[in-house]
Write a protein that binds this ligand. Structure first.
Ligand SMILES: Cc1cc2nc3c(=O)[nH]c(=O)nc-3n(C[C@H](O)[C@H](O)[C@H](O)COP(=O)(O)OP(=O)(O)OC[C@H]3O[C@@H](n4cnc5c(N)ncnc54)[C@H](O)[C@@H]3O)c2cc1C
Length: 607
């Protein structure tokens, strides 16, 4: 019997289970509270009284908020006010500023966005400590929210206390960063420390716009830094710069016992490894993160085009041609982002590049576009190819983009809003979205081999007969340098990511839903029908992917075997780390590490 299986058996014995943290190596600090059988709701007698809440309010400098939905005043408002509320809810920065809202409004049969009872609008690590201690001692359901973009609803729960990090958004650059306790073990390197409530646009503005450097983060400007990193995280150029979490050098984290800990390669290295992809809201509350920065390429560019095939056969041929073209010319660190394959036989290209001159890119793509143009009976170019290259330092510069690419961006137009804040038009369709279905799986690079292409193309074509599919080439590391692959291997992500040339995402939904607001109720029947079609489309890929695995930050709420799917062989180690730092399961998220021990709403411990 191995040490691990021996300890696991011991832990099932009631008396010895109390010793579990010590056997496994406890996190130290305050002794963990005993595991509650169920957490309290406002209607329960155990819910803290007003005096207790007031004491917490004082401890956090008056930053305890009674949370309401931004729609709370809707029914009493007039038509103009209605229109203004609904307009604000189409602005992701406004949504992010609401403690009682999330960027996704819900997902059919899965979850609906619900405000917490109270939120701590944390400004310091001490505020977070006060919140964690209060939740633990009062047996509350605790939620953590940063950017609020969780697809799985991880940052909201009814009847909960929310630790809301939105106001913790400072960014600080370093020329020579060495992690605490790492002197003599790590060479000093350029880095950036970002408070955990910051959005990626805040990081890019400071690191690239002002600092002339690159930090690996997400494509969407309003996604939160802490949520993305804890899931692993992909940027547009992951095949060049690796996964975002692999660039994490250090984090400050408040664990369930209320201790502020440093986690890096030299201090609490197990916790450090776990937060590099083990999932948000699970191991503690991150208060700041330090990420390595890199040299900035001269240019970032994009290739955008849409091709319409005039028949199913022509579309099938086009898929084949494109996959061949991708394998031979784009499967390398220069290229990232997406191509969508649609049910109406359209192929939409939104690829980005780095490290290439515009003229090189034109020469590279000419043969592909020539192939299309020579068959006007089979194809039309629905959206003429645009190939553009921008000075990389201007890529996240709102003023520059508004001037030269106004159609690509939307500004936060509220009075007093930061001039640096914009969101990409490409993300517009996701604001407040109500998901009908959303599934993803990594596509192994073996499917690109010449003798496998036909199989891949058949699966892709068949999938599109049910629902459109998008290949995110930047969300698989095959084609990246050995150094980036090695760095990604030192994270808990499912190792399938290392050999995947892309993540295929199949998703669909409708406009935001606001139950109780006329005209904004969910259409459950349509949603369920669409969910079924999305599932059928993904089944076509399951036929060619022997061991499906998925990216925890962009995945199916109903993922089966989620432990295996998100983390594969790393799950067992994650579970041990979870039990060490959070033995009572204070931190709960749907399909998070250790969540098997709880009811789906995180309120009741399973027997
Ligand atoms: C429009 C859109 C675009 C996206 N684009 C990309 C992309 O380009 N690349 C990519 O990899 N992913 C992308 N994602 C997925 C994204 O990475 C995840 O949704 C991520 O978890 C969002 O983080 P957040 O802080 O915004 O969300 P939140 O909902 O606030 O948090 C997500 C999870 O992390 C937890 N969490 C948040 N802050 C903390 C903290 N300080 N400490 C501990 N736990 C915390 C929450 O409890 C929750 O479980 C996108 C999502 C959307 C909706």
């Amino acid at each position: 019997m191995t040490r691990k299986s021996f300890l696991k058996r011991l832990s099932t014995l009631p008396i010895l289970s109390a010793l579990w943290p010590h056997l496994m190596g406890s996190a130290g600090g305050a002794s963990p509270s005993p595991s509650p059988a169920s957490r309290v709701r406002p209607s329960d007698p155990g819910w803290p009284d007003n005096a207790a809440w007031e004491k917490l309010n004082q401890a956090v400098g008056g930053r305890l908020i009674k949370v309401e939905s931004p729609l709370a005043g809707y029914s009493a408002a007039n038509d103009t006010a209605h229109a203004n509320i609904l307009k604000d809810l189409q602005n992701p920065f406004y949504i992010g500023d609401q403690p009682g809202a999330t960027q996704t409004t819900g997902w059919v049969d899965a979850w609906m966005s619900a405000p917490s009872v109270y939120a701590i609008a944390a400004q310091t690590a001490d505020d977070v400590v006060a919140g964690v201690n209060f939740a633990r001692t009062n047996n509350l359901r605790l939620v953590v929210k940063g950017g609020g973009h969780s697809y799985l609803g991880g940052s909201n729960a009814a009847d909960s206390l929310l630790i809301w990090t939105r106001a913790m958004n400072k960014v600080m650059l370093h020329d020579t960063f060495v992690g605490q306790g790492c002197a003599g073990h790590q060479s000093p390197q350029p880095a950036v420390t970002i408070e955990s409530g910051a959005m990626w646009i805040d990081a890019y503005h400071a690191v690239t716009g002002e600092g002339g450097r690159y930090v690996q983060g997400g494509g969407c400007t309003t996604v939160g830094v802490a949520g993305l990193i804890q899931g692993g995280g992909f940027g547009s150029w992951s095949k060049k710069f690796g996964i975002a979490a692999a660039g994490l050098l250090e984090a400050e984290i408040v664990t369930a016992d209320g201790q502020i800990r440093i986690a890096n390669a030299c201090t609490n290295s197990d916790l450090f490894w776990a937060i590099k992809g083990g999932g948000g809201g699970t191991f503690g509350v991150l208060t700041k993160l330090t990420l390595r920065t890199r040299d900035l390429p001269d240019f970032f560019g994009a290739v955008i085009a849409t091709i319409q095939a005039k028949s199913d056969t022509a579309f099938h041929d086009l898929l084949h041609e494109f996959i061949d073209f991708y394998r031979d010319h784009l499967f390398n660190p220069h290229w990232g982002e997406t191509v969508s394959f649609r049910g109406n036989n359209e192929l939409a290209i939104t690829m980005v590049f780095q490290g290439l001159a515009k003229s090189e890119v034109e020469t590279l793509w000419n043969p592909f576009f020539d192939w299309i143009k020579k068959s006007p009976d089979k194809y039309t170019i629905a959206f003429d190819p645009i190939i553009l290259a921008l000075p990389a330092q201007k890529f996240w510069d709102a003023a520059f983009l508004k001037k030269y690419l106004p159609q690509a961006v939307h500004s936060d137009s509220r009075e007093g809003a930061s001039e640096n804040h914009y969101w990409w038009d490409a993300d517009n369709g996701q604001i407040g979205k109500y998901w009908h279905g959303y599934q993803s799986t990594w596509l192994p690079k073996t499917l690109l081999a010449k003798d496998q292409t036909a199989e891949l193309v058949n699966a892709l074509f068949s999938a599109t007969r049910h629902w459109g599919a998008t290949f995110h080439f930047n969300k698989g590391l095959a084609g990246a340098s050995p150094e980036e692959i090695a760095a990604a291997r030192d994270t808990p992500m499912n190792p399938a990511v290392l050999n995947a040339f892309a993540l295929v995402i199949i998703g669909g939904g409708g406009p935001p839903v606001y139950p109780g607001i006329p005209g904004h109720e969910p259409d459950i029947t349509t949603a369920r029908q669409n969910a079924q079609k999305i599932g059928q489309a993904m089944t076509e890929f399951s036929k060619v992917v022997p061991k499906p695995a998925s990216y925890v930050n962009e995945t199916n709420y109903f993922e089966e075997s989620w432990q295996e799917s998100f983390w594969g062989p790393n799950y067992a180690r994650l579970k041990i780390i979870k039990e060490k730092y959070d033995p009572a399961g204070l931190f709960f998220v749907h399909h998070g590490v250790g969540s098997e021990a709880w009811s789906p709403d995180g309120f009741t411990r399973r027997a």
